[in-house]
Every structure is written in structure tokens, then in C-alpha cells.
Ligand binder design. Structure first.
Ligand code: NDP
Ligand code: HSE
Length: 434
């Protein structure tokens, strides 16, 4: 059989990882597909000299790759949403299958891209876009297809988790660890995407769509990053038996779907609380199988190259079969996507960690507990630390779950007390039980 010809656009961390794997594991991959996969064309604006491009057509004009009649599958790994969108839509219009790692592109323009691909009868595969080397897209779309998925919660940004782990374990500075993550090829071109939760929100958008069968709705994800977390909150949380992780959470409720990314306290004895470094993990609660957890490297050349090549293998297998059938892009039939509302953050229900800086005098705690009680908020635990600033003490409170709107009201009243001398710090807390 003729080899399948692949064009790779962008030879950075992911493109280079996929290029190397297709070469190193060529024999093993051909045994799986029954076809030889040949990288026939690469689009790069400058040659880093890191790859042996002997026998491969090289174009500085990246559109030459998607317009090359020889190319069967285009791998888009340049990132961004402008040129990448044009490139992917051109590839589709030219009847080519596409493999991409670009979660920003799919979260923001995926509805348009998948519609174009379906109209043209080609496939857009994106395993590398979420959780790097962890095959979570395949799991949600295929492995759990018998289930109604109730919620999922994931550590889905390796850079952010790497930073949190190094800061907690080694007391290192935020900026210093971020630089290291960039050098290791984990971080996005714009690292604020990693540390402000935007990258995780892109990935959560994709996960929620394929878990619940809803269109991609990135603009409706509530997003908070890790830049405002302090070392003292990390250590008070530890003292109470919790770890802080930046979680992406998607949950069905009777009122609608919660979609949120924010720092979250998780009980230290949960497996997901012990996911460290650049590792990612996604916990999925489904009605038949119950909870399942998927874990592995979330970024870097090897893991993402692995996911890109797995997608290429899927497309090649389908090309070689008689009926060319594909799993639907968003797991559900395109005409079966539901218009379930996405809840605003004020309507979510969660427990909270609160830290108040209070004047050290009688009656303050009584005022605080009265306000919480007036707003229907039950206290789970309370911790008062010795005074560390002249005359004031930190008071840490864990609450039972409450609607965020009610918590906002309570925090407003707490901050209006003259004995509460600083804005209240609030971090959401999740039990992550069934
Ligand atoms: P890199 O920056 O390492 O690589 C991108 C490559 O594309 C670079 O070689 C860059 O060239 C080239 N490029 C960018 N824009 C253009 C353009 N307009 N024309 C020609 N070449 C261009 O990025 P990554 O490999 O890390 O990321 C690629 C994609 O994969 C992104 O969408 C990212 O979000 C996603 N991703 C990344 C992961 C990771 O671990 N790094 C994991 C999962 C997904 P130059 O060197 O000249 O700038
Ligand atoms: N910047 C991303 C991360 C790359 O750190 O998780 C993997 O998607």
C-alpha cells in the first residue's frame, strides 16, 4: 500500500516531538496501521537545525503544506488562533484531515472548524490538546460512551501545577519556576495563559463539550489563576489536611452546567491531591462505572508527540478501512448537541476556605459566625492563629457547601465589620466525592 503522507506545520516542542516519534517508532507504528507514515512536507519559518530533514520537502510558506496535493494529513502545531485558524480551514477546504494540539483554536473556533470538517467529510483530531500524553479525549469519547457523565475535575495545566509544586516543596519563587517551565517547553507562547487559568479554561471547554454533548463555549467558563495564591494560605490549608490545586471543574446540575477553573482545596488523602510537577490528572464521575482517574505527563515533546501520533494512527486506520467512519468530533452526533445553560459563577455550589484578618479582641469571632449563620452558611472547621501583626490575628474558616451568591453576600457583610481589617481571602473547596 502507498504510504500516507503527513505535512507538519511548526517544528517546535510538539511538532518536533511528533516528527521524532514518527521516525524512531516507524516500524512499530506501521505494524499497527498496516501503512507506512511518511512526513513528506514541513512548514517552518526558520530551521533550528535540530531535525534531520533529509528527503523532506521544507517550505517557509506554511500554506504550501496545506496546498500540497501530495499531503493527506496536516499536523497544525504552530499555536495561536489567527494564522492557525486560516491554515486549518484551508486544509479542510482542500480535503485534508487535520491533527492539532491547539486547544485555544478549538475552544474558540472549534464549532466552526468541526462544522467545516463534517461538511467536507474530513476529520480533525485533537488528543494532544488536553492533558498532553494522557488519552483523555479517547476515554471520554469512546471508553466511557456507555455512561452519563456527571462531572469531571482536572489538573489540566502542567506549567501551573509544576509552579505550585516547586513553590510548595522547595519554597522557590514564582518567576524563577515559570522561567524553568518555559525552558522545558511546558509553557504557552504567552505564559499568562498558564498562570491565569486561560489554558486550563480552553481545555475544560473541550472536555465539557465531549463529556456532556454541548457546543464549545469558552466565553462562559469562569476563570481564575494561581498568581494571587500566597504561601500562608498554602500552609494553612496543609495544616487543615488540604492541598491547593488549580482545578478545571465541569458539573451537571439540575439548573445547568458549572464550568469553572480556579485554585481549589482538595483533601490531601485524595489521589488527585497528590498529582505533582508537570503531571496532569482528570477525575471523571460517570453513572455506571463510578469515579475513574486518568494521570500522566501533561506537557513536553514526548507526551504531546505521543498524542499527535496516536491521532495520526487513528486517521490512517480509518483511511485504510472500507467505510471511512469516524467518532463524532464532540462525541455526540452533531445534531444531538444540547443547549443546556452554562451557570454564572454566582449560581455554583461549593464549600469555601475563608481567611480573615481580625482585630484581636473579644466578640469578633461571634460577629463573624453570626453573619455566616444569617446567610445560611454552616461552618465545617475553624482555626485561629496567634497574632502575627500588631493586634490582629488570622482566622481561617472552612464552610459547608453554599451557593456562591450567598457567600458573596456574607463576605460583603464580613468586610463591612470594623474589626475585619483586610479583604477576606476566599478559596473554593471541593470534596470530589460521588
Ligand atoms: P513552540 O513555540 O515550541 O512551537 C511552535 C512552532 O511553530 C515554532 O517552531 C514556531 O516558529 C512555529 N510558528 C509559529 N507561528 C508560525 C507562523 N505563523 N509561521 C510559521 N511558523 C510558525 O510551541 P509548542 O510546540 O509548545 O506548541 C504548539 C501548539 O501545541 C500550541 O497550540 C500549544 O498550545 C499546543 N500544545 C503545547 C504543548 C506543550 O507541551 N508545549 C502541549 C499541548 C499542546 P519559531 O520557532 O520561528 O517561532
Ligand atoms: N502550557 C500547557 C501546560 C501545555 O502547561 O499544560 C500543555 O497543554
Amino acid at each position: 500500500m502507498k504510504p500516507v503522507k503527513v505535512g507538519i506545520v511548526g517544528l517546535g516542542t510538539v511538532g518536533g516531538g511528533a516528527f521524532n516519534l514518527l521516525k524512531e517508532n516507524a516500524a512499530e507504528i506501521s505494524r499497527r496501521t498496516g501503512r507506512y507514515i511518511q512526513v513528506s512536507h514541513v512548514g517552518i519559518r526558520r530551521d533550528s537545525g535540530k531535525y534531520d530533514l533529509h528527503g523532506v520537502k521544507v517550505s517557509q510558506d506554511i500554506f504550501a503544506v496545506v496546498n500540497d496535493p501530495e499531503v493527506d494529513i496536516v499536523v497544525e502545531v504552530i499555536g495561536g488562533t489567527t494564522t492557525a485558524r486560516e491554515l486549518v480551514l484551508t486544509a479542510i477546504a482542500n480535503g485534508k484531515h487535520v491533527v492539532t494540539a491547539n486547544k485555544a483554536l478549538l475552544a474558540e473556533f472549534g464549532n466552526e472548524i468541526f462544522a467545516a470538517a463534517e461538511a467536507k467529510g474530513v476529520y480533525v483530531a485533537f488528543e494532544a490538546a488536553v492533558a498532553g500524553g494522557v488519552p483523555i479525549i479517547k476515554v471520554l469519547r469512546e471508553g466511557l460512551a456507555a455512561n452519563r457523565i456527571e462531572w469531571l475535575a482536572g489538573i489540566i495545566n502542567g506549567t501551573g501545577n509544576y509552579i505550585l509544586t516547586e513553590m510548595r516543596d522547595k519554597g522557590r519563587d514564582f518567576a524563577d519556576v515559570l522561567k524553568e517551565a518555559q525552558a522545558l517547553g511546558y509553557a504557552e507562547a504567552d505564559p499568562t495563559f498558564d498562570v491565569e487559568g486561560i489554558d486550563a479554561a480552553h481545555k475544560l471547554t473541550i472536555l465539557a463539550s465531549i463529556a456532556f454533548g454541548i457546543p464549545l463555549q469558552f466565553a462562559k467558563v469562569y476563570t481564575e489563576g494561581i498568581t494571587r495564591l500566597t504561601r500562608e494560605d498554602v500552609s494553612y490549608a496543609e495544616e487543615l489536611g488540604y492541598r491547593i490545586k488549580n482545578l478545571g471543574i465541569a458539573r451537571r446540575t439540575p439548573e445547568g452546567i458549572e464550568l469553572r477553573v480556579h485554585p481549589t482545596l482538595i483533601s490531601a488523602d485524595r489521589l488527585i491531591a497528590n498529582v505533582h510537577g508537570v503531571k496532569n490528572a482528570v477525575l471523571v464521575q460517570s453513572n455506571a462505572v463510578g469515579p475513574t482517574l486518568y494521570y500522566g505527563a501533561g506537557a513536553g515533546a514526548g507526551p504531546t508527540g505521543s498524542a499527535v501520533v496516536a491521532d495520526i494512527v487513528d486517521v490512517v486506520r480509518s483511511l485504510s478501512s472500507d467505510n471511512n467512519s469516524y467518532v463524532p468530533h464532540l462525541a455526540f452526533q452533531p445534531n444531538e448537541l444540547a443547549d443546556t445553560p452554562i451557570l454564572p459563577v454566582e449560581a455554583i455550589r461549593t464549600a469555601y476556605y475563608l481567611r480573615l484578618q481580625a482585630n484581636d479582641k473579644p466578640g469578633v469571632l461571634a460577629d463573624v459566625t453570626r453573619i455566616l449563620s444569617e446567610n445560611g452558611i454552616s461552618i465545617e472547621a475553624i482555626l485561629q492563629k496567634p497574632a502575627h501583626e500588631a493586634g490582629t490575628v488570622p482566622v481561617i474558616i472552612l464552610t459547608k457547601p453554599v451557593i456562591e451568591r450567598e457567600m458573596n453576600r456574607a463576605i460583603g457583610s464580613l468586610e463591612a465589620l470594623t474589626d475585619i481589617v483586610a479583604p477576606v481571602v476566599r478559596i473554593r473547596l471541593e470534596a470530589l466525592d460521588a
